[in-house]
Ligand binder design. Structure first.
Ligand SMILES: Nc1ncnc2c1ncn2[C@@H]1O[C@H](COP(=O)(O)OP(=O)(O)OP(=O)(O)O)[C@@H](O)[C@H]1O
Length: 418
């Protein structure tokens, strides 16, 4: 396939501007007086990217970041203000819950309506109706009006219709967030299947887990612009770091003013991670964890400034981002208030006794500062988060399904009269 044919969606210099008026009469006044009475709000600003055929791409970002606006423009249901969007193939989009649904019609009637809107013929929809109803799991309700459905049920039907048309491009805007767990699992499997057939999937989610599990690429939007695009874990960690930082600022805003005054902003990091290493009992650096041994995790940090009440911690995640365990100097069993003196380098050591199943795992580390002191740890500021600082291979001497070995033993088998 030529490079040009590989691309399913090409977005360049895309922008969507809304005119914001402080009161409705300003619209008319602007027309009459020809004097500007609005301010411009760019919901999507100078966005450019490409998505290849067969790729599953997740779009993440805070509320109002522009995710829905971007997807709607690509799906062709919203006009752009500037830029170019090239989409190759049949697009099937599930936009904000049940858009396009007539809530007075029954589920069955909406299947027909939705199918026709997505470009299927009457016969095609009739032929697929059984499959759509079965996938939605709404057989008992299919002849009831949609207004009697819960929002999760509407989402299930919307997804089932859109996923049935064998689209070249499937666009899903958070429709799945209201579905139940079983339906979501089915939908994700279907999205994967659609991608495997060579189609492209573009979806919005607030779940980083979905990004790690499903996507080949992730796009992070912030105030209408792309701030990162690429490998899902890298983009996901950046997003996590940004959220942590914002939460820390919120916490900072909540603490008494004296402490706010002592908290310096816009400075280089107060402390930073210099190295992260794992050692066996003999003090030899290792990249493997055996479940029969214990290890030391060393996190070396440099204090660029004094930090009165710090916490240094780590977590272990699977390749798909599932957090298996995390702890810190402030939250482990023998928790400790750590203070750092400017200019010193510290080696923070944790002892580990892994009980992990075979596989690859990632250790991330972080340094934080308690703004309200060690004894009320709810206000903290993240100083540094290093995602996937080291990668380790775990080897288990037992065979078991799952991620961790809870070392359960067979106890007894007795006859029991009910
Ligand atoms: N019709 C509209 N008129 C004016 N502003 C709008 C309109 N639609 C969206 N916006 C603004 O555009 C920005 C992006 O909105 P959008 O719905 O795309 O964000 P989002 O990332 O999907 O948010 P969420 O996660 O909450 O669904 C927001 O600031 C929103 O207020």
């Amino acid at each position: 396939m030529s490079e040009a044919n590989k691309v399913a969606i090409r977005v360049s210099g895309l922008g969507k501007m809304y005119r914001m008026y402080s009161k409705p009469s300003d619209v008319l006044m602007e027309l009459l007086t020809r004097r500007k009475r609005h301010r411009e709000h760019w919901a999507v600003k100078d966005v450019s990217f490409e998505v290849n055929r067969g790729e599953v791409v997740g779009v993440i970002g805070r509320n109002g970041a522009g995710k829905t606006t971007l997807l709607r423009i690509i799906a062709g249901t919203l006009d752009k203000t500037v830029g170019q969007v090239d989409v190759k193939g049949r697009v099937s989009a599930i936009m904000v819950l049940g858009t396009g649904f007539n809530m007075d019609l029954t589920g069955r009637e909406n299947i027909l309506l939705g199918g026709l809107c997505l470009g299927m013929t009457h016969e095609e929809v009739e032929g697929k109706a059984g499959e759509i109803i079965a996938f939605s799991g709404l057989k008992e309700f299919i002849d009831s009006p949609c207004k009697e459905y819960s929002s999760g049920m509407v989402a299930r039907l919307a997804f089932s219709i859109a996923a049935s048309v064998d689209p070249d491009i499937l666009i899903v805007d958070e429709a799945l967030s209201t579905g139940d767990m079983i339906f979501n699992a089915k939908s994700y499997a279907r999205m994967r299947e659609i991608a495997r057939s060579g189609a492209t999937v573009l979806f919005v989610t607030h779940s980083l887990q979905q990004i790690y599990d499903l996507c080949d690429k992730a796009i992070l939007l912030e105030r209408g612009s792309v701030v990162a695009m690429g490998e899902p874990r890298t983009v996901g960690y950046l997003y996590e770091q940004k959220v942590h930082e914002e939460m820390a600022l919120l916490n900072e805003a909540n603490i008494p003013s004296m402490q706010i005054a002592s908290f310096e902003k816009d400075i280089a990091r107060k402390a930073e991670v210099v190295s992260v290493s794992l050692f066996n009992q003999e003090g030899v650096p290792v990249a493997h964890l055996l479940d029969s041994e214990s290890y030391k995790l060393s996190i070396k940090i440099r204090a660029n400034q004094g930090v009165k009440s710090a916490s240094i911690g780590f977590d272990i995640r699977t390749q798909t981002g599932v957090q298996i365990y995390g702890t810190s100097t402030a939250f482990c069993d023998n928790q400790k208030d750590v203070s750092l003196e400017k200019g010193n380098i510290y080696d923070c050591v944790f002892v580990l006794k892994p009980i992990l199943n075979n596989g690859t795992y990632f250790i991330s580390v972080a340094i934080a500062e308690f703004l309200s002191g060690f004894h009320s740890k709810e206000h903290y500021s993240l100083i540094q988060f290093v995602g996937d600082a080291i990668t380790i291979e775990a080897k288990s001497s037992s065979v078991f399904p799952g991620l961790v070995n809870l070392k359960s033993a067979f106890f007894s088998l007795n006859l029991n009269d009910l």
